[in-house]
Design a protein around this ligand. Structure first.
Ligand code: KIV
Length: 281
């Protein structure tokens, strides 16, 4: 399986590495992340120029039909990571593959290492964990053992039961201060990327300024972050539920999935997505 390039240069870009990712941060180039869960969509995302493919535990909702991400197992994440890695390898092999650590797979540093090793052996280049201060020792444990880490703060869907729903985080002074402290702890522990989900735009911009060694990747966090991520089904307009305010349907003006993904990449790069007036708090 190989998806045909849309542009002459499509097959020529070098593979992304953690080094090139850090250079993009230093150069101020926006980073594009998109979820994918299978070989074909991952290959299309690669061709469209996406820099990081997130094999998200959102697959529990969009692929498996659950109401939350909590039922997703490590074995399911391993399987989908392998599928994505095969798709990318058969295409340009360019994006970094980010494997999401599922609920219950990183309660201790040792358990986190075993779970992360499973995803890395399945083809991930980096893993993502949800949580703040309590995770900093785990992040350091993984990074010192050769596993690049992406944090996830703000709305952390695996904690939906303690958060009381899918709602904007960091709106109070105390909440904002906690997010700042947690972000700094994760960066100082060695996290090189940090997803900020449903965080007010002004706060996300401040967090981004405060984190010179860690890419902030926003979803519902405004346009002041170092990069953006969306769930693929949302940006293709095939999520039949009510879409959150931060989603833009890129398929609405595209004639193919490849064109929609390429439009997403272009819009993030040129700063037209997200639009704070429409997609942020
Ligand atoms: O699992 C996922 O897709 C995610 C994104 C919402 C960032 O964590």
């Amino acid at each position: 399986m190989s998806v045909q390039p849309s542009a002459p240069e499509a097959g020529k870009r070098p593979a992304m590495t953690m080094h090139s990712l850090m250079k993009m941060l230093a150069d101020g180039e926006k980073i594009t992340m998109l979820t994918a869960y299978d070989a074909t969509f991952a290959a299309v995302a690669d061709l469209a120029g996406v820099e990081i493919i997130l094999v998200g535990d959102s697959l529990g909702m969009v692929c498996q039909g659950h109401n939350s991400t909590l039922p997703v197992t490590l074995e399911a994440m391993r399987y989908h990571t392998e599928c994505v890695a095969r798709g990318v390898q058969k295409q340009n092999g360019r994006p970094i593959i980010l494997g999401d650590m599922p609920f219950g797979s990183y309660a201790t540093p040792e358990q986190a290492f075993q779970s992360a090793a499973t995803l890395m052996q399945a083809g991930a280049h980096m893993v993502k964990l949800e949580g703040g201060a309590w995770l900093a020792p785990t992040v350091e444990f993984l990074v010192t053992r050769g596993i690049p880490v992406c944090g996830h703060l703000g709305l952390t869907p695996q904690s939906v039961n303690t958060l009381g729903g899918y709602r904007v985080q960091g709106r109070t002074e105390t909440g904002a201060q906690k997010l700042m402290q947690d972000s700094l702890l994760l960066q100082n522990a060695g996290a090189q990327a940090l997803v900020l989900e449903m965080v007010p735009a002004a706060l996300s911009s401040s967090l981004t300024q405060a984190l010179p060694r860690c890419h902030t990747i926003g979803i519902g966090a405004g346009n002041g972050t170092a990069g953006q991520v969306l769930v693929m089904h949302d940006m293709l307009g095939i999520n039949l539920g009510k879409n959150p305010k931060f989603v833009r349907n890129f398929m609405a003006e595209a004639d193919s999935v490849l064109a929609a993904m390429a439009a997403y990449v272009a819009a993030v790069k040129n700063g037209s997505f997200p639009d704070n007036a429409l997609h942020a708090w």
